[in-house]
Design a protein around this ligand. Structure first.
Ligand code: GLU
Ligand code: ZN
Length: 314
């Protein structure tokens, strides 16, 4: 007889997450990211957390966070624990920023898009030694541990240009908001995330995130960047290119299409079954290793509101 493990042991400490920005409703592209991270968490008997990335207040659409949660529920994607809202964690981010500041690792920067353009289009750590007043300026983090390359579970070895790896990037914006690069790492540490599964549009920023984990003295999680659904090469599905909100009243077609995109073609007899039966089938057949490894896959909207994906781009 096979040894019996209790589920606590089997689940180890896998913790994954889906971290939508409530700047609009969930569309087909975000459903793919949600599903991939959910299925990988289930395959590892792990926890799947949802974190609302509502820190970038100018981009937040009122009501979108609730709508996203209702949509996840309609698609059978039930999360573990309480939803975390970045908008309620300012004290945490401020505390980490103050520690970095105290360690002499941050500095104000007054560069604008225009002045950066005049100096060659990228930030060359220009303000590091300029001792600019903090008021009204952005704050950058001194890059002490540049990451030039990392291994992604799906995309393989990813190499970064030195100029990007060595750049002191913004941790607090000129408008006073905490930058995504800072809060995403603080949250992944605080929520003890062990593996990040998300869209390949976030592949390059991952190097910075790994370096921030190192700078803060934590081990970075594993990363798996799933093929990005694009409307045209280089253009991910978004509100800008009219990706519609996915249907919450009849979730099966988009669910089956998203699973197909992830290399899990749902058997025809299941297409009209319940969402929970379709997901159950997907959980049994999912394997991270079997996901497509293209950076982008071109998809096109069909008359039935679903997506077809035949054009592989990169
Ligand atoms: N909030 C980010 C987005 O919606 C995702 C961040 C992440 O998964 O690290 O693009
Ligand atoms: Zn500057």
């Amino acid at each position: 007889m096979l040894p019996q493990f209790n589920s606590d042991y089997l689940s180890g400490s896998y913790r994954g997450r889906f971290a939508p920005s409530p700047s609009g409703a969930l569309h087909f592209g975000s459903l793919i990211a949600a599903l991939a991270s959910y299925l990988d968490a289930k395959a590892n008997l792990g926890q799947w957390l949802v974190r609302m990335e509502d820190i970038d207040t100018p981009r937040i659409v009122p009501g979108a966070a609730d709508e996203i949660l209702r949509t996840l529920e309609a698609y059978g994607l039930h999360w573990d624990g309480e939803v975390v809202y970045q908008s309620q964690r300012h004290a945490l981010y401020q505390d980490i920023l103050a520690q970095l500041n105290k360690a002499g690792l941050t500095y104000p920067c007054s560069c604008t898009r225009k002045t950066l353009k005049q100096r060659g289009g990228f930030y060359d750590n220009h303000c590091r030694d300029r001792q600019i007043a903090p008021e009204g300026n952005a704050h950058r983090l001194i890059q002490t541990q540049p990451v030039y390359s990392f291994d992604d579970l799906l995309q393989g070895q990813v190499n970064l240009p030195a100029s990007l790896a060595e750049e002191d990037y913004i941790v607090k914006r000129r408008d006073g908001l905490f930058a995504y690069q800072l809060v995403v790492v603080v949250d992944d540490i605080e929520q003890k995330i062990t593996r990040v599964v998300r869209g390949a549009d976030l592949l390059e920023p991952t190097a910075r995130q790994i370096s921030l984990f190192n700078q803060l003295g934590y081990q970075a999680p594993e990363y798996a960047h799933v093929s990005l659904a694009v409307a045209q090469p280089g253009f991910k599905l978004s509100k800008q290119n009219h990706a519609p909100a996915i249907d919450t009243t009849k979730p099966q077609p988009a669910l089956c299409a998203a699973l197909g995109f992830l290399g899990l073609p749902v058997p025809t007899e299941l297409h009209h079954d319940s969402v929970s039966n379709i997901l159950h089938w997907a959980e049994q057949h999912f394997s991270l290793r079997a996901l497509p490894r293209h950076r982008e896959i071109q998809v096109s909207l069909q008359a039935d509101g679903c997506y077809d994906f035949t054009g592989l781009t990169a």
